[in-house]
Design a protein around this ligand. Sequence first.
Ligand SMILES: *Cc1c(COP(=O)(O)O)cnc(C)c1O
Length: 476
Amino acid sequence: MKYLSTRGQAAEPGFSDILLGGLMEDGGLSLPAEYPQISDAELTAMRGMSYAELAFTILSKFATDIPADDLRELTAKTYTAEVYCNTRPGSDARQITPLRKLENNLYLQELSNGPTLAFKDMAMQLLGNLFEYVLTKRGDSINILGATSGDTGSAAEYAMRGKRGVRVFMLSPRENMSAFQRAQMYSLQDANIFNIAVRGMFDDAQDIVKAVANDLDFKAHNKIGAVNSINWGRVAAQIVYYFKGYLAATTSNEEQVNFAVPSGNFGNICAGHIARMMGLPIRKLILATNENDVLDEFFRTGIYRPRKTADVKVTSSPSMDISKASNFERFIFDLVGRNPAVVAELWRAVDSGGSFDLSVTPYWADIERFGFVSGRSSHADRLATIRKTYKHYGLMIDTHTADGLKVALENLDADIPTIVLETALPAKFEETIIEALGEKPWRPAAMQNIESLPQHVEVMDINTQAIKDFIVSHIG
Ligand SMILES: *Cc1c(COP(=O)(O)O)cnc(C)c1O
């Protein structure tokens, strides 16, 4: 499998190369040169597979430069009931992403049973093992630098802790994270994990990461890497649970399903789009946003209008608070017939602070072929959905999943199942759950007292040079 750039770069790298890199050299995003197609017989064979076997079967089509036996071992080691053990009472952890029936033709797929209680663990845990494997083979190392508002940073740290050849430097805003999120990250004591709390906001932390990444000499010399939302390995690993959800909700390959996906950077639903392009019988991809509705606006109007960072609304589903969707370029590449010149032209506008309108182009006539519908949800909607779900099904859901369920309910089809992806457990967003229900959410036993564990964090000013110095002095 060769990979290309959405903006047309000539060199076609392999899976292991793009795994460790970020943007392609021309500023575009990597995608497979073509999407592998799943035959009816293959889909039938998948019905008997464990999650780990399914992950191996699907990822072996994309990671063709990793020997099959090695990939099988990596997926077997990643997708175990021990790693994804934080299931609610009554859910089967061995399913890895168990499907819970809410009512006829409406399901929740539990993707948030990993170590940090958010769906990001599904891909990040594999990435940790893949990084260690590739780096060991190459005798190389990497220093991951990232900024987090909560979920990504903890998922990356729990995936990379103790991994050979990998260090993580994670910047977080000193304020603005929940006590639970702070405790999750700062209580890690592993020697290769460095938590840096910046005296500022998430955007200040993000700006420092960008400034370091733009210093190409520093970056190359200190082997700085990233595991952000555009990482192709993350998108690829997420394809697997769409297959798993489909197989669990159906008994024959004639059946279709819908997926509803709480969306921010378009990483999760991009994997759903690729699963559908591979031939998985998905009728609709139901995209849900919160008040930050850049993507809902696009799918309703054809206009992609990234917001200014200062205009991002702070909401009670904070992991979806985005000004632009960093994986969206991957979908647009497919929508415009995989023409990199068109994508490069559109992103010339986006990268200089502008927008584009596809409704006035012939491409818009094609949009329905891709199955997307969309909607948005507000704080009041979230509270109402959390209450309704608790009352009707006795189930507590988190604020992001509530956005997904709200928009799913507006787009149900009577004749086929709709699967809502659960992107976090409610324990991560305790405050809003208490606001909605007047009681605290359930927590896995191992996390009962996480806030009282000793914490390990360096507090620093918003100063790029100081952060660079910190990195240099800790990589020896
Ligand atoms: C990251 C995240 C999202 C958004 O996912 P994208 O891949 O950025 O679209 C939604 N919900 C939760 C809980 C998340 O952590």
